[in-house]
Design a protein around this ligand. Structure first.
Ligand code: URA
Length: 186
């Protein structure tokens, strides 16, 4: 990467972005937030209704569960970095389309490059699909270490899925324990 941006510059670029049709229906862009030097980065799919209204990632029901997951790891939300594959809400919370993800993917790649996390947790199959070009389903992927540009990546269930499938929480917790071991959390 010959040119370097700061996170603030990237956020401004996202704010002004008209790279795909999602810009026409968004209320706010949702850049991502957290510790710019976080050891741990969570990456979701894209903003939902609450995120679109507030301009912040994971602030709705799924976000409340993510906060609990982070707390269970012995961390605070401000210590980690939270981002998404797409920065604008897909209508009716549908999965981002390939051209929408393609228009947006460089932003999260820049965020990873700038934050340089020690571990990335991918929340759900969409994040793995678009960040790693891995088409496998989350049942296959979860719990197994993958790699993005030398950074260990743990795919796990999306908290919105865990809200519907309570019995999957045990597996997700195992995945997060692997992450904690890798981060040497207390
Ligand atoms: N789901 C996501 O994937 N990302 C958010 O920011 C909120 C819900």
């Amino acid at each position: 990467m010959s040119q370097t941006y700061t996170l603030d510059e990237l956020q401004q670029m996202v704010h002004n972005c008209q790279g795909c049709q999602l810009c026409r229906t968004r209320t706010n862009t949702v850049f991502g937030e957290g510790n710019p030097h976080a050891s741990l980065m969570f990456i979701g799919e894209g903003p939902g209704r609450d995120e679109d209204l507030q301009g912040r990632p994971f602030v709705g029901r799924a976000g409340q569960l993510l906060d609990k997951m982070i707390a269970a790891m012995g961390l605070q939300r401000q210590q980690v970095y939270i981002g998404n594959i797409v920065k604008c809400r897909p209508p009716n919370n549908r999965t981002p389309l390939p051209d929408e993800a393609a228009a947006c993917i460089n932003f999260i790649k820049w965020q990873i490059y700038l934050v340089q996390p020690k571990v990335i947790v991918l929340l759900g199959a969409t994040a793995a699909h678009y960040l790693l070009d891995d088409p496998r389903g989350i049942m296959r992927l979860r719990g197994n270490w993958l790699n993005y540009q030398g950074i260990p990546v743990m795919p796990t269930y999306h908290p919105a899925f865990l809200l519907r499938q309570e019995n999957a929480k045990r597996d997700a917790w195992q995945d997060l324990q692997q992450v904690m071991a890798r981060l040497e959390c207390p």
